[in-house]
Design a protein. Structure first.
Lengths: 353, 128
């Protein structure tokens, strides 16, 4: 397994380590997923997300190229801002969801899921052929630390010179932490305020130590998943796949009305199924792959993600469901170990955001 | 990981304790609760249920996953730990004491003696 520059920190803290996208990552630390989830919702948590992929796209054609290759529109970005986006495939589905940062007029840094690093890089390289743009995989050049929670901004603000309270959501600022250069972007995957800190791998441990000493609670992938689900964010490989049309979800806003790669496969298509949020009424946890049934026990969908919220103690999830059953308030049943368990369609987020 | 000497074990991470009246009390080991993470739901069997060694008798669900729990001996279920309904996390906090799952009146005394002892169980963990 691969290891991030922060592996020793996880080992020192006694993390339960698991394999994720080929990396040995902390599932949780000694406090457990529930404690970590609550720390992010009430204070500040810190996550090692260095496994994620970074891809630089630069050159005179970069903006037009990314406007074509991605679903959102980078032309709308000021320098120093970022946007959530997706990479369409040639059949109306999605290769990955990603964040696109505009670092310069003709320069972008894309952050993609670790599991899709090579698919994203080779797809972009293929599309870039013959265009005045260079695509380079910078994954190994970056460590990435996410600091998330209502206290995250104040915590980081004390560690850097720039006034972080002035930084807008999705905007980026350069700073130094203990003399080490970092790029801070006001982005995150938890539904809370926070920053993602880009740092050189050799400086990662020092920056992690400072952030933890300042009071951020180390959090692992388990809490990362419960937090994002509760906040209503999709996880690639679950809600979004090569076979899912984002126009059939509440993330359709990402898809801008402009020419893009094989647009005709995605735009204006019917949505026989749509992605919905579900909350269990009976006591059970919905999990990926569980069938969703109507009141006559017909299969009308499938769960894509599910968990028990450490905050609300409700069992929540996402499911792809036949169009006739997608209205909030619709009663459905999730088949859990052979038994239909009652659930209801709800619109995320699942907590009082 | 604690593996009390006084208990018996199955390779599937259940522990068993024979009480003075002969009933076999069953739970999951410290190793198992650690692997599962925070327990959120427990499905326990009905009192009165007849079981054969190896039957799935309970399901423990954590945030991460659901895990089947098997009867280490054959017999009849005579008690279940209803307190786990309200406080499933007891399994994490006290896997060998307050986190017990169910008790079986055994129908075949020899099966208890066939279970692993503490060293035997600990050895399976090292191989894992």
């Amino acid at each position: 397994m691969l290891r991030t520059p922060l592996y020793l920190k996880h080992a020192e803290l006694g993390a339960r380590l698991v394999e994720f996208a080929g990396y040995e990552m902390p599932l949780h630390y000694q406090g457990g997923i529930n404690e970590e989830h609550l720390a992010v919702r009430t204070g500040a948590g810190v996550f090692d997300v260095s496994h994620m992929a970074e891809v630089r796209v630069a050159g005179p054609d970069a903006t037009a190229f990314l406007a074509y290759a991605t679903l959102n529109d980078p032309a709308r970005l000021k320098v120093g801002r970022g946007q959530y986006s997706m990479l369409p495939n040639d059949s109306g589905g999605v290769i990955d969801d990603l964040f696109v940062y505009r670092e310069g007029e003709d320069e972008y840094l894309i952050v993609a899921n670790a599991a899709n690093r090579h698919a994203v890089v080779s797809h972009l390289e293929g599309l870039a052929a013959g265009r005045d743009v260079a695509v380079s995989d910078e994954t190994d050049d970056w460590a990435l630390i996410a600091v998330q929670g209502p206290s995250a901004a104040i915590l980081l603000d004390r560690l850097v010179a720039p006034d972080l309270t002035e930084v807008k959501r999705n905007a980026t600022v350069l700073a130094q932490v203990s003399g080490v250069p970092v790029t801070l972007s006001r982005t995150g995957y938890t539904g809370e305020d926070g920053f993602e800190v880009f740092v050189r791998p050799t400086d990662a441990e020092a920056v992690w130590d400072v952030i933890v000493a300042a009071g951020a609670v180390p959090c692992g992938l388990g809490a990362r998943d419960t937090l994002r689900l509760e906040a209503g964010y999709p996880l690639y490989g679950h809600e979004l796949t090569e076979a899912t049309n984002p126009l059939c979800t509440d993330f359709a806003w990402v898809v801008k009305d402009k020419p893009f790669y094989v647009r005709e496969a995605m735009w204006g298509r019917d949505c026989p199924r749509r992605l919905v949020g579900i909350r269990m009424v009976d006591r059970a946890i919905p999990r990926q792959g569980y069938r969703v049934l109507d009141r006559d026990r017909n299969a009308v969908g499938e769960v894509s993600s599910g968990t028990l919220s450490p905050l609300t103690r409700e069992s929540i999830g996402f499911a792809w469901v036949d169009a006739a059953h997608v209205e909030p308030g619709t009663r459905l049943w999730v088949e859990v170990r052979g038994r239909p368990m009652a659930a209801v369609v709800v619109k995320p987020p699942f907590h009082e955001a | 990981m604690s593996t009390p000497e006084s208990l018996r074990y199955a390779a599937t991470h259940e522990w068993a304790r024979k009480d003075d009246d002969g009933t076999v009390v069953v739970g999951i080991t410290d190793f198992a609760q650690d692997q599962l993470g925070d327990v959120v739901f427990v499905e326990l069997p009905e009192v009165g249920r007849k079981v054969v060694k190896g039957d799935t008798l309970a399901v423990i669900e954590s945030v991460k996953t659901a895990s089947d729990i098997y009867a280490p001996v054959s017999g009849e279920v005579v008690a279940v730990n209803d307190a786990l309904d309200a406080k499933p996390e007891t399994i994490n906090e006290s896997p060998y004491e307050d986190g017990w799952l169910f008790a079986i009146a055994p129908s075949n005394e020899a099966e208890y003696d066939e279970l692993l002892d503490a060293q035997g169980y600990a050895a399976t963990l090292d191989e894992g």
